[in-house]
Design a protein around this ligand. Sequence first.
Ligand code: MLT
Length: 429
Amino acid sequence: MSKEAEIILDGKSYKFPVVEGSEGEKAIDISNLRAQSGYITLDTGYKNTGATQSSITFLDGELGILHYRGYPIEQLAEKSNFLEVAYLLIYKELPTKEQLSTFSERITKHTNLHEDFKKIFDGFPSSAHPMGVLSSLVSSLTAFYPGSIDDTAGDDELDLTIVRLLAKMPTIAAWSYKNSKGQPLMYPKNDLDYCSNFLYMMFGMPNQEYKVDPLVAEALNVLLILHADHEQNCSTSTVRIVGSAHASLYSSVAAGINALWGPLHGGANQEVIEMLEQIKKDGGDVQKFVNKAKDKNDSFRLMGFGHRVYKNFDPRAKIIKKACDSILSKLGVKDPVLDIAKNLEETALKDPYFIERKLYPNVDFYSGIIYKALGLKPELFTVMFALGRLPGWIAQWKEMREAGEPIGRPRQVYVGSNKRDYVPIEKRK
Ligand code: MLT
């Protein structure tokens, strides 16, 4: 492997070190490019640019590989649980039994929200999108826990800030949902595990017995594990760059929630269900919409297929597809939209157009179907993605701060007007 790269600019040679990661990924370290040559690189969307060196998640888009701290996602989805994976991502190693028990107990202790949160919820109309409510409420945690803003706070304060966020985000998400339904808020129940408690707060009603279906809780566990981290995706990069300014964890995660809300990112699972509903409303002719997607003159695009990074099957999609088939059959869910989804998946997987372009169903395609089967409305799907991604955002923010990384400040190539003098308004045409 080359140990350095050489660039010839204006007849002059510049050499830059080559960096190789623990999984063989290679990069040219151009940290001194501008200082040496006056040139910068240009890579709109950063598709070829490494923002950092990270030890959290490894993914290989060509081979369809995804590891959290070295552990294959397939093993974690089958054998672990979400809080254990959160601990692994944030504290770098799988917890001992005692560490996990302490971690879980600490989180359980902090699931409740200050009563004043209700005043903030009351300020939102029931039509408010839950992602907007979620990002606002996560940001407002800085008001209730000012220690989270203190940039000089020690590890104990940061740990408490992390535990509070992991503990309270499900409550905020559930209360956002209840607020959107105009239903009474449900307080956390400390005798329930993380996923069961969330389901209880989402679907429970005061003075009514609500039994969490263990099958649904287990499916949620797997879904959250699959979404827990994904290296430098858009929302994680947002969390890192906001955090690089030494903004608090809560402010950085609130920014990440807003980035995830975008339909090109976490909002894709909501778009999938809306597309399926469109096909159903049009009569359910899947082939018609597959043909529309293949027609370059047609604006219709199949949501939930393909991926910016995975040029093979998204490893998470393989796992979630199995979970999807299992939960639909076990719950005995009958829904024409889900039948359309299965038909669309089979049609696309056989069509050379999609195979040649490696447009396989991605994690958003199946997660939208499962969330719908669990009774969630589409606006909640991205909230579920955020709940899953939370430990990844926390781990990435913590890694960036522990590494003492500088404030993120990309450069640009200016292509606007050259210098010109001010023209008084009476002389403008
Ligand atoms: C994610 O999990 O964040 C999405 O697959 C998007 C991405 O990784 O770019």
